[in-house]
Design a protein around this ligand. Sequence first.
Ligand SMILES: *Cc1c(COP(=O)(O)O)cnc(C)c1O
Length: 430
Amino acid sequence: MSDGPGYGFDTLQVHAGARPDPTTGARQTPIYQSTAFVFRDADHAAALFNLQEVGFIYSRLTNPTVAVLQERIATLEGGVGAVCCSSGHAAQIMALFPLMGPGRNVVASSRLYGGTITQFSQTIKRFGWSAKFVDFDDLDAVKAAIDDDTRAVFCESIANPGGYITDIPAVAAVADAAGVPLIADNTSATPYLCRPIELGATLVVHSTTKYLTGNGTVTGGAVVDSGRFDWRASDKFPSLSAPEPAYHGMTFAETFGPLAFTFHSIAVGLRDLGMTMNPQGAHYTLMGIETLSLRMQRHVENAVKVASWLENDPRVDFVTYAGLPSSPYHDRIASVCPKGAGGLFTFALKGGYEACVRFVDAVELFSHVANLGDARSLVIHSASTTHRQLTPEQQKAAGAAPNVVRVSIGIEDADDLIADLDQALAKATA
Ligand SMILES: *Cc1c(COP(=O)(O)O)cnc(C)c1O
């Protein structure tokens, strides 16, 4: 596709990054199921290894099928480049890797996907990194948490398990003033609903496992770079601003300019951490991403209908969906995710933990799984599953209290979803 300006989102989600295969004319992006790619000659090989020429060497670093997906996601997010990874969690490590070092910290929102809270509060300590969790509605607290060792600020645009929208422009202003990049996890919103880079984020991370693929087939992740952060403005980011010994003292920020982060993520991150997306996985995500906007419209439409119905049901204590006018975060939709508050939310059952467990056993059309963003409607009781490792205080702060179930509303008929919830609520509260 020509990169002609002016194409709309619906066109870009089908075409960006792809062109007919130059050898066969194949219209759909082929799955380049090849580990290695033949060098033209020894000089070509040397140029590729010196990063003097861009091309394909070995699929741990780059692969033509994965490259199409990278360009597609970067384009939809309004970034200059993207790196795909083996999972959303891999993408988070890949986003932090060029920024962090032993003794450095990330200031993170307390409202995050449960797995991310575990990754940040436990696992990254093994690298000598740490996280400080803060209520991102308290901007003074965010400001106060940023210290000389802070190398990133991290939030989710629409936070999993739903109901919370981060005021990205306000948080970006705080990060900017401190000279550190804002990383926004845009998994639950997708670039159709929210464009974090336009709102001031430096990097966007995705679990492509979810809505971008949209059919529950593969795990994957992506890191998108806005290309707008000046890595040389301070000495905080030596991986990007100082000579790199593994590449003969080349400086990424100098050599690659706005693409410094992306090139570092491939040439050092994927090379040495190896959290690579495979071409078959990229293919499934490319299939899904073609219909992203159509699905997101239906996810939002159905979520509004189902959440409104639940809110008026006497067996339900409360519903936390920012798409409902009763939500304290409803006002943020216009500035952060103008096309809607997503398809993910939680609701509390009056019967507490026991009723929640009976409820997830009683659903028939909804599936009880640890996933979200599928075309199918899904349900999970976070406190007994995904958020099980957290303390009760962390569970509550993350919106996953014991009396709450999370639903990921699919693209089925809303009436059928409501009928299933109705019968399951009857059984759970009998
Ligand atoms: C699922 C999820 C992740 C982790 O992604 P995986 O692909 O499961 O590794 C990270 N952030 C959010 C918001 C998620 O929903």
